[in-house]
Design a protein around this ligand. Structure first.
Ligand SMILES: [Zn+2]
Ligand SMILES: [Zn+2]
Length: 86
């Protein structure tokens, strides 16, 4: 038995966490940053890591992909939404 994909089925995108309809998923539907929001501690160390909740406020923070310093900045790349089933 196969369950046909219903038209307008709603899924949650695992990348941007938005709900979308499979029928309206387009290459420009999902806006996201392909890289992590990173934090640079010292210029000489050049060590990057994924930003955690306890990171100190003095550290330079930005998206590694585009350099946006606002964690809420809209994505610099668009693509199809990706469901948890894909
Ligand atoms: Zn970006
Ligand atoms: Zn998405």
């Amino acid at each position: 038995m196969e369950n046909g994909v219903k038209e307008g089925e709603k899924k949650v995108c695992r990348r941007c966490k938005e709900t979308y309809e499979t029928t309206s998923n387009a290459p420009s539907s999902c806006r996201f940053h392909p890289s992590f929001f990173v934090c640079r501690r010292h210029d000489d160390q050049r060590r990057y890591y994924e930003l955690g909740p306890d990171d100190p406020p003095y550290a330079a923070k930005f998206y590694d992909c585009c350099g946006a310093e606002d964690p809420n900045a809209s994505g610099c790349t668009t693509d199809f939404h990706v469901s948890y089933d894909d």
